[in-house]
Design a protein around this ligand. Structure first.
Ligand SMILES: Cc1cc2nc3c(=O)[nH]c(=O)nc-3n(C[C@H](O)[C@H](O)[C@H](O)COP(=O)(O)O)c2cc1C
Length: 197
């Protein structure tokens, strides 16, 4: 019998959502998700990442639209039929897809592991969200968002410490639309080497 548990099941069922209900997440759940980010592994135990939680619809829309305009969207690729991305549907004008909660993870500018630290925290939060039936989407390269005109204004308004820079966003909300089908996993991606048996 295949051994499993709740965490393994959560990892298996997690999928990216890009359609969200028009309501926010209860503070209690949001705290659990952000706390999962706080306890993530981090290089040297420095706890560099900080979490900027924005539930302001206007601000999230302005940032998402600015991000969309600043992005060069590759064509000829397919990302998701059920939960289309900006690559699948060029008519989507908001790279944050109207998510009610956008968490930006920032970390020290001059630390070589900041990107990894941010990704570790993001994944912890995404799995915590999944366990609470909260939908999520990871958006990388957050500096693209804040290098836009409105992005600079909003970043300055947030008054984030000078030594920090944004690395990624996590979109969160209650799921809407069609749940993604279980995905096909590409073969030949695992190599057990130097094994006796
Ligand atoms: C580094 C990284 C960057 C991503 N950037 C985006 C993005 O800009 N927009 C988006 O809609 N999804 C983004 N995603 C989500 C991926 O599209 C998604 O994880 C992928 O299609 C696999 O689907 P799944 O998460 O449902 O397994 C990103 C994921 C990663 C890991």
């Amino acid at each position: 019998m295949e051994q499993t548990n709740e965490v393994i099941e959560c990892l298996q069922k997690r999928r990216t959502y890009r359609q969200f209900q028009d309501r926010s997440i209860e503070r209690e759940k949001l705290d659990l998700i952000v706390n999962a980010g706080l306890v993530a592994p981090n290089a040297g135990g420095r706890q560099g990442p900080v979490f900027i939680v924005c539930q302001d619809k206007t601000v999230n829309t302005l940032l998402g639209e600015a991000r969309r305009q600043a992005s060069s969207i590759p064509t000829g690729r397919h990302v998701s039929k059920e939960q289309p991305s900006v690559i699948d549907n060029p008519n989507i004008k908001n790279s944050f897809y109207g998510a009610p909660v956008v968490v930006t993870i920032a970390a020290p500018k001059n630390f070589i592991f900041s990107q990894s630290d941010a990704a570790m925290a993001a994944q912890n939060m995404i799995i915590a969200a999944t366990s609470l039936e909260i939908a999520s989407c990871f958006i990388g390269r957050a500096e693209t968002t804040f290098n836009t005109g409105i992005g600079v204004v909003i970043w300055n308004d947030w008054n984030i410490a000078e030594n920090l820079k944004p690395f990624c966003h996590i979109l969160l909300g209650y799921p809407a639309g069609i749940p993604p089908k279980p995905k096909q996993i590409k073969e030949n991606r695992v190599f057990f080497v130097n094994q006796d048996q």
